[in-house]
Design a protein around this ligand. Structure first.
Ligand SMILES: *Cc1c(COP(=O)(O)O)cnc(C)c1O
Length: 459
């Protein structure tokens, strides 16, 4: 498979280069040159284990020898603490797809474990090294750190805003003591961290000198890894429920997770619809309901990993939505950069996208949904999952089962769970973490301080 940029001004490249590049040199995002149509194989895929299905899907998009690909998949999912990797459970009217059995108890492990193994495989082959620089407000940082810890060719420099990350999440990062992990607490906000990161990446000489790389959700491998669980769950439920098609409810921030569902649908998985769910940061829900994509200010909620206004993966979707027209896409992105608002007109009598419906779950509705599921079905949802379950209620349909993606374990968000249910959610991976030894340096809110630190500690 060859990869192209959404903006059409970067040459075609293979999978490995697309993964190492992250953001395309023309400012766009890398996407596969075509989407494989696999509808005819879905029946045969229905009995495959998660790993075997991952093998079939990844094969379509990559060019690894079969043996390497098997090893990559094996290594990426051994850290999952459930034999099915992504089990399905029932809670009232919904099927819950638990994506949180990885080492940091959030769905990001599914992609970041795979991406880390990919990096290592590619670096071994090229005898290269990589210094990852990232900025996080929580889940991404810890999933990335746990993915690359202990790897000899990779070092990771993860910035977080000093004193502004939830205690558990901060500890999931800083208690990783491997020598290749550098936690940097920047005396500023998350936006300051992102600004510093951008500034450093823009200095191409520095970037090349230190082989700097990124792990944020614009990396195509992250989307690819997530396609697998949509197909896997859709095929399992189609079979067990004897239905033609299923629906998914997806709590959304950067549009990365739901984009994978959209690719799965395009590949021919038996999915009729995606339900896009946001918290009060509802730019995406407003887009699918009105056609206007317009940024507002970020609001703090009980589902912090979705407190995002500008969704970094939206550009990929928009490219397809405008008919795979690079020029039109480029114009829209320019317009958005200048005016912070763009509009896509729905076709006569249609919504923006008949395959995506959207809604919002407020903090109050999220907490009520957690309480309701606990009292009625004895199942505790994390606050992100609960946003999806709440929005799913607005789209009842007896003929098509709803699969709600559970993106984090509730024990990661004990305050919200206590507030909603009075219960204390726990997980043995998090026990004792608040008192465990930690390593982290505090740096001034200053790009020079971060640059100097990388200069001294890069591999
Ligand atoms: C990152 C995250 C999300 C949002 O996923 P996107 O790919 O950004 O849409 C939802 N829930 C949890 C727990 C997350 O960590």
């Amino acid at each position: 498979m060859q990869y192209i940029s959404t903006r059409g001004e970067t040459g075609r490249m293979g999978f490995r280069d697309a993964v190492m590049t992250g953001l395309a040199p023309d400012g766009g995002l890398m996407i596969p040159a075509r989407i494989p149509a696999e509808k005819d194989r879905m029946k045969a895929w229905a009995d495959l284990s998660y790993r075997d299905l991952a093998f079939e899907v990844f094969r379509l998009f990559t060019d690894f020898p079969d043996g390497d690909l098997h090893a990559l998949i094996h290594d990426s999912y051994t850290g999952f603490r459930h034999p099915e990797i992504v089990p399905l459970v029932r809670a009232g009217p919904n099927h819950i797809l638990e994506l949180f059995h990885g080492p940091t108890l959030a769905f990001k492990d599914i992609a970041l474990q795979f991406l880390s193994n990919l990096f290592e495989n590619i670096l071994e082959e090229r005898e290269g090294r990589l210094n990852i620089l990232g900025a996080t407000s929580g889940d991404t940082g810890s999933a990335a750190i746990h993915g690359v810890r202990g790897r000899s060719r990779i070092r990771i420099f993860m910035m977080h805003p000093h004193g502004r990350v939830a205690a558990l999440q901060e500890r999931q990062m800083t208690t990783v003591l491997d020598g290749n992990v550098f936690n940097l607490a920047v005396e500023g906000t998350f936006d300051d961290c992102q600004r510093i990161m951008k500034g450093i990446f823009e200095d191409l000489t520095f970037k090349d000198q230190h082989a700097l790389g990124a792990v944020n959700s614009v990396n195509w491998a992250r989307v690819l890894a997530q396609i697998v669980y949509y197909i896997h769950a859709a095929l399992r439920i189609r079979k067990s429920e004897g239905v033609d098609r299923v629906r998914f409810a997806v709590p959304t921030g950067n549009f990365g997770d739901i984009l994978a569902g959209w690719y799965a649908m395009r590949m021919g998985a038996p999915i009729s619809r995606l339900v896009l769910a946001t918290n009060e940061n509802d730019i995406l829900a407003r887009f699918f309901n009105s056609g206007t994509y317009c940024a507002g200010g970020v609001i703090k909620t009980v589902s912090p990993s979705m407190d995002i206004q500008v969704a970094s993966n939206f550009e990929r979707y928009l490219y397809y939505r405008v008919g795979e027209d690079h020029d039109r896409l480029r114009n829209l992105m320019d317009e958005f950069r200048i005016s912070k608002s763009i509009t896509v007109e729905p076709k006569e009598g249609e919504t923006v996208d008949p395959s995506i419906v959207a809604g919002v779950g407020t903090t109050e509705q999220t907490l009520a949904t957690i309480r309701e599921n606990y009292e009625n079905y004895g199942y505790i949802l994390d606050p992100h999952t609960a946003v999806g379950v709440h929005v799913a209620k607005s789209f009842p349909d007896d003929n098509e089962p709803m699969i709600c993606l559970a993106t984090a374990h509730p024990a990661k968000f004990p305050d919200a769970i206590r507030q909603a249910t009075g219960e204390t959610a726990t997980h043995d991976l998090l026990e004792g973490i608040l008192n465990a030894p930690a390593r982290c340096v505090t740096l001034a809110n200053d790009i020079k301080a971060v640059r100097k630190y990388i200069d001294t500690h890069a591999g």
